[in-house]
Design a protein around this ligand. Structure first.
Ligand code: ATP
Length: 348
């Protein structure tokens, strides 16, 4: 069996004796794009720094191309790892032009070869013809593309990206995340992206590892994280939704104040157990003949849709996405029905 390109086995990292990352496992195959997603302080950057070779390990090991590159007492230096890096602040050199920045890591190559690679990389990142500009003559998005081109120029098999788009506005962030995904896929380069922004993680990652307090709680596709969260933390952190109390009647049926709901999943808890059922905004739909009557508490216009916070007759508050032309004001009455494709319940 082929080895993964990168393997983190039970790694532990500490800062001043305090554990920041514990017992963490991660593997990345050739061509994979993996995101580490989690709230501030959960240890994402520490994991990335450990992979890059800036953070020693207290326990466990890291293997790259099946070579041990980190274990307690040994950290192969970053420049020997042949890993590309793109950071939040770009870290571009202001005294070099774009070409000089891109070819900075290619010191051993002949000038003509450097120029050829720089031109090729500029084309890849959509900046052809801008090689002789200085960094201050570029927009934030263009600077970030130069940073990516610089990381790609030595043709690393793996690129690490730490919140690379956080300095950009939302529109640019979305566009660039899609572009970066396309570029890395086209080059066959594997990538690990660290972010606290789930939309960025969804746009880039084939797989996303949700982190909390130094652990990866669930590694999965965006779809599965949203529809089959493994625990309450992931359910809360990914997407929006509310939890309503219910009683398990049979493995796949829960009785709630909104009605009796049957789902696509069988739970092993005793019938009669109290559970919390996750209701996403797309589980509750606008329906003029719907059995549930509600008042609009809040509304947030999202363009194609409006996200309503609704109070049902039994006082339960739920979220619901209506197509944008169903335009209700706060205080108005609406009818809705449940359209649950996936049932997600947790024990109380
Ligand atoms: P953010 O999204 O805010 O960058 P993060 O998930 O990347 O957060 P880390 O930077 O990995 O989190 O930090 C994990 C924990 O380790 C935090 O509690 C942080 O305060 C602590 N920590 C990080 N770097 C150091 C350091 N150099 N010295 C001491 N503690 C540190």
């Amino acid at each position: 069996m082929e080895h993964p390109l990168l393997e983190l086995k039970n790694i532990e990292c500490r800062h001043r004796g305090i554990i920041a990352v514990e017992n963490l496992n991660l593997h990345v195959n050739q061509g994979d794009l993996v995101c580490l997603l989690g709230p501030s302080g959960c240890g994402k950057t520490t994991v990335l720094r450990a992979i890059a070779g800036f953070q020693p390990l207290h326990a466990g090991e890291i293997r790259l191309r099946d070579q041990r590159i980190s274990y307690p007492g040994y950290t192969l230096s970053p420049e020997k790892r042949r890993i590309g890096m793109v950071f939040q602040d770009y870290a571009l050199f202001p005294h070099l032009d774009v070409c000089g920045n891109i070819t900075f890591g290619l010191r051993d190559l002949h000038r003509a070869e450097c120029k050829r690679i720089a031109d090729e990389m500029l084309e890849v990142v959509g900046l052809s013809g801008m090689g002789d500009r200085y960094i201050h003559e570029l927009s934030g998005g263009q600077q970030q593309r130069v940073a990516l081109a610089r990381a790609l120029a030595p043709q690393p098999e793996l690129i690490l990206m730490d919140e690379p788009f956080s300095n950009l506005d939302i529109e640019m962030r979305e566009r660039l995340s899609n572009e970066v995904r396309q570029i890395l896929k086209q080059q066959g380069t594997s990538g690990i992206l660290v972010t606290h922004d789930q939309h960025e993680a969804f746009a880039i990652g084939d797989q996303i590892g949700v982190m909390s307090e130094g652990h990866i709680l669930q590694r999965d596709t965006a779809y599965n994280l949203y529809h089959s969260p493994a625990n309450r933390f992931v359910a809360d952190f990914i997407g929006q939704g509310v939890f309503v109390r219910g009683t398990l009647l049979s493995p796949d049926t829960v009785k709630t104040s909104l009605g009796t709901i049957s789902g696509d999943r069988a739970y092993e808890w005793e019938p009669g157990s109290e559970v919390e059922l996750l209701l996403r905004p797309d589980d509750i739909v606008y329906d003029t003949d719907g059995p549930l009557h509600a008042k609009v508490l809040q509304r947030a216009f999202k363009g194609a849709e409006i996200l309503y916070t609704l109070k049902l007759e039994d006082e339960t508050e739920v979220l619901s996405l209506f197509p944008s032309h169903h335009d209700f004001q706060v205080g108005e009455s609406v009818s809705v029905s449940l359209a649950l494709d996936h049932m997600v319940a947790f024990p109380v």
